[in-house]
Design a protein around this ligand. Sequence first.
Ligand SMILES: NC(=O)C1=CN([C@@H]2O[C@H](COP(=O)(O)OP(=O)(O)OC[C@H]3O[C@@H](n4cnc5c(N)ncnc54)[C@H](O)[C@@H]3O)[C@@H](O)[C@H]2O)C=CC1
Ligand SMILES: O=C(OP(=O)(O)O)[C@H](O)COP(=O)(O)O
Length: 335
Amino acid sequence: MSKVKVAINGYGTIGKRVADAVTMQDDMEIIGIAKTRPNYEAFVAHDKGYNVYTLADRVDDMKSAGIPAAGSIDDMIAEADVVVDCTPGGIGEKNKALYEKAGVKAIWQGGEKHELAGCSFNAEANYEEALGRDFVRVVSCNTTGLCRVIYPLDQEYGVKKVRVTLMRRSADPNDVKNGPINAIVPNPIKLPSHHGPDVKSVIPHINIASTAVKLPTTLMHLHTLNIEMEKDCSTEDVKALFAKQPRIRMIGQGIGSTAEIMELGKDMGRPRGDMWENCVWEDSVTMYEGELYFFQAIHQESDVIPENVDAIRAMTELEKDGAKSIAKTNKAMGL
Ligand SMILES: NC(=O)C1=CN([C@@H]2O[C@H](COP(=O)(O)OP(=O)(O)OC[C@H]3O[C@@H](n4cnc5c(N)ncnc54)[C@H](O)[C@@H]3O)[C@@H](O)[C@H]2O)C=CC1
Ligand SMILES: O=C(OP(=O)(O)O)[C@H](O)COP(=O)(O)O
């Protein structure tokens, strides 16, 4: 069977990781990546063997910088079955007309609005909803992390109400433009933050209120969750349920911070030290007066990567069963 042809439009934090994760799968392949400038990431992409495409008026700039550009973004899209749009939030929206004109399927990321794709995706929660669809949005890193814990709790015990406070890393490690570097910023000040409504775009019946602040850290986000459930359960029940989930890692062994989780990822030999799973502190899982409390850390640069692979599989109907796609993606990535 021929492999599904995937193009990456926007080769930054998310795009370069999706490209590598797709390359690890046996049922899909990267036919090209698009970069706007011939910077170090473009050179690495070229050295890895990816065909590098660029904006139509920059093909010559790319060539004169030493990267033999394969053509324009339009040329790349014409070759693809699915485009994974990993351009910065708000830019992807402008590309929709391009994808419609080319008759190509497209995936956007969490920086775009739900309405753009009409289907917001998390592999565990609603894989089936994306089957055969032309347009899908993989929800943001924090929303992905929330869906991964809320969905199994809802399936097992019925979620009555979720309250979550997100402590967000303010910028990615390579991001020299954004801050804060010496402040804690309520973001947004007007509540709720987008994360609660975004969870509802994937699992509509969940009652959830979210608030978020940005902290001067680049490594990971950290969530404090408080969940009321319909049915009684114990701390041990919840720990056992989380331990069974394919994209939740229970954290212990002396790990007391996001810094040590990132060190664990490097020690495990993960590509770029990535931590694709939600990291739930086992000792934090507590039932108190009938309500569940716990802490989890989310690696913003990488947790949505396996979800993008599963979204490709669902949209192209390479696999109709979400659990099978998750298992296949995880195995190929070493998760
Ligand atoms: N970085 C993160 O923590 C996460 C980001 N996301 C979402 O993923 C999307 C991408 O974010 P990042 O990878 O962080 O951004 P980024 O800024 O690291 O990468 C975006 C890339 O797109 C390129 N680009 C800009 N305009 C372009 C255009 N018109 N055509 C082609 N390429 C263009 C940029 O040069 C850059 O290489 C956003 O929607 C964001 O909200 C989702 C989860 C986590
Ligand atoms: O999707 C993310 O965060 P979010 O779930 O808080 O929107 C990524 O960390 C990107 O967030 P940013 O818009 O703060 O760069």
